[in-house]
Write a protein that binds this ligand. Structure first.
Ligand code: H79
Length: 570
């Protein structure tokens, strides 16, 4: 009998450890950086979504002890130094009887938005959802007692909208978190707090159906903490996309700074989060709002700037404490929605183009169409370097009216008839063409004779970036691809003499019109690579695109670490 027990224990041990090893293996598989490509594409096609900042802070609405408090109103607890117990008391007054999830989702649809991301928990630690791990939530602490997330997620499902959640990695209420120091909001996360975050993320990804994106924000988690958060999300919902503000390159898309549009080309999926006014996201009673029509113009232009640069735009509303939507915000969204109803084809499912920025407006593209988003009052529209012959040109809102297009060696131009010059808002013209886009970038490097050499360098590259860091303040644009355009009149076999220094022990790849040539790290010598590659013939009198990037993409946000790039094409 004595012998039997250790034997059973041992076998059990083997069975159990095999089981756990298998589980771990599974975890590893889901935790890697591979992303469901279709899901990323779906997300990128959404273009325009609703952000909602709503919580207890809607009650003080930017006023504390009779004083107007500056700084984001959703962070009033920090800005006005409100003691924990006093802030907690707000929950007893939170009874949003005018909250109606369907009127929010219907507004989002009317606005042309494809998904909603709501603050499940902001820095104040108050949860709009029923959490087992705190009583400081909508169900346990308020007279309203209903789970807002359940309500909104179900309404989104009914209305065919995607549903995402915002989750702050810092927490000013949780006793295991670091004590509040400043509204820089980039404190590290002690182990107990990290566990709490993991528990709540598990609740969010378990109890509310399909979550399209989880929008982590702020804090300064360690790399391991970011990786554990990512692994948990992907284990529970592999299709849930993760915001870059999980930090440490663990996101599926990068997030620009609050209300910031990138001033450089971005080569990864990205989003700009925007508030109606730069000063606040949460409802502020004393916000001077002025004219909603002007605000709609401003935000429409921002939306189109972001979309024509390849990004998604997440525009915020901050409902009042009673749950109602601020009429000004409703009007702004509805106005943008009218525009999109007529012109949405120029937005949804489009991509940015390789065409240089134009002073008359912006450009998006889909299949064999270019959409010209013309700023108000513009009449003369030309695209230098566009060589395609245009089959048809017409206003998107009036497809019957065909426009005259002049094509010269210099490019394409259109003069809008006076009655089509829109002085009020951005108007959209469609150009239809056949075949591939034939565009010669005016900045392209030219090879005019047999003997001419062009040199591709750090100075004449068109650089493509991502965005990377371990917290809000360390995040910087990274260079992830160098790109050049070369136009030649010569038909011959070209050779590229490559030389660059690098801080990375990695292999690179040179692409020439999608043909790839490896630049192996085996050629690295004291941080310098020199290599000669026969790149073959280039296309004559049209654009040849040459790029330099990492051969294996383990981290899509990693900087190439390149200096002194010198590629002679001869
Ligand atoms: O939820 C919203 C903010 O409360 C949260 N992120 C968005 C989506 C946030 N928490 N902390 N921060 C943002 C820090 C951001 C600080 C800055 Fe600024 C924003 C630095 C520059 C712009 C605020 C405004 C402080 C200086 C100017």
């Amino acid at each position: 009998m004595r012998l039997k027990t250790p034997f059973i224990a041992l076998s059990l041990g083997i069975i159990l450890s095999t089981f756990f090893l298998a589980c771990n293996e599974n975890k590893k598989k889901t935790a890697d950086n591979s992303i469901n490509k279709d899901y990323i594409a779906d997300w990128q096609n959404q273009k325009y979504s609703m952000f909602i900042h709503w919580g207890l802070y809607a009650i003080p609405a930017g006023v504390w002890n009779g004083k107007q408090i500056t700084g984001y109103s959703e962070q009033i607890k920090g800005h006005a130094n409100i003691p924990k117990e006093e802030y907690r008391k707000l929950a007893k007054q939170f009874n949003p009887t005018h909250w109606n999830a369907d009127s929010v989702t219907l507004l989002a649809k009317k606005a042309g938005m494809k998904s909603i991301v709501i603050t499940a928990k902001h820095h104040d630690g108050f949860c709009l959802f029923d959490s087992k791990f705190t009583d400081f939530d909508m169900v346990d602490a308020t007279p309203y007692k209903k789970d807002i997330l359940k309500d909104l997620s179900e309404s989104c499902q009914r209305q065919g909208l995607k549903f995402g959640v915002y989750f702050s990695l810092i927490d000013w209420d949780y006793e295991g978190a670091l004590p509040f120091t400043s509204v820089k909001n980039s404190d590290s996360i002690p182990p107990q707090h990290h566990q709490y975050n993991l528990h709540q993320v598990e609740e969010l990804l378990t109890n509310y159906g399909q979550i399209s994106e989880i929008w982590f924000d702020m804090g300064a988690p360690t790399k391991q903490q970011s990786e554990e958060l990512r692994a948990l999300v992907k284990e529970l919902q592999p299709n849930c996309l993760i915001s870059g503000r999980i930090w440490n390159d663990q996101g599926d898309f990068v997030v620009m700074g609050d209300n910031k549009k990138p001033e450089y080309k971005v080569g990864v999926p990205w989003q700009t989060p925007a508030s109606m006014f730069d000063e606040t996201w949460g409802y502020r009673s004393w916000q001077v709002r002025k004219n909603p029509t002007l605000k709609a113009k401003e935000k429409l232009q921002d939306l189109l700037t972001v979309v024509s640069s390849g990004g998604n735009y997440l525009l915020n509303i901050g409902p009042k404490a009673d749950g109602s939507i601020v009429p000004f915000e409703k009007e702004v969204l509805t106005t943008i929605g009218y525009w999109l109803k007529e012109n949405g084809e120029a937005v949804y499912g489009t991509t940015s183009t390789s065409i240089e920025p134009q002073d008359w407006g912006m450009i998006t593209t889909k299949k064999d169409k270019l959409f010209l988003l013309v700023y108000p009052s513009n009449k003369e529209i030309s695209i230098k370097g566009l060589k395609n012959s245009i089959d048809k040109a017409y206003p998107l809102a009036d497809k019957q009216t065909l426009l005259d297009v002049t094509t010269t060696a210099n490019g394409v131009s259109i003069t809008l008839p006076e009655n089509l010059v829109n002085k009020e808002t951005i108007s959209v013209l469609v150009l239809e063409y056949k075949g591939n886009l034939d565009y010669i970038n005016p900045k392209a490097l030219k090879i005019n004779s047999e003997k001419e050499v062009v040199t591709l360098t750090n100075e004449n590259t068109d650089s493509i970036h991502s965005y990377s860091g371990h917290d809000y303040y360390s995040t910087r644009p990274t260079l992830i691809k160098m790109s050049w355009n070369v136009v030649t009149e010569t038909e011959k076999e070209f050779v590229s003499d490559i030389s660059f220094t690098t801080t990375k022990a990695k292999s690179y790849v040179l692409t020439v019109n999608d043909k790839a040539f490896s630049i192996s790290k085996d050629n690295l010598n004291n941080g310098k690579i020199t290599q000669t590659i026969n790149i073959g013939k280039l296309k004559k009198n049209t654009n040849n695109n040459i790029t330099l990037s990492f051969e294996n993409l383990t981290n899509p946000n990693e900087d190439l670490g390149l200096e002194c790039v010198n590629i002679n094409i001869k």
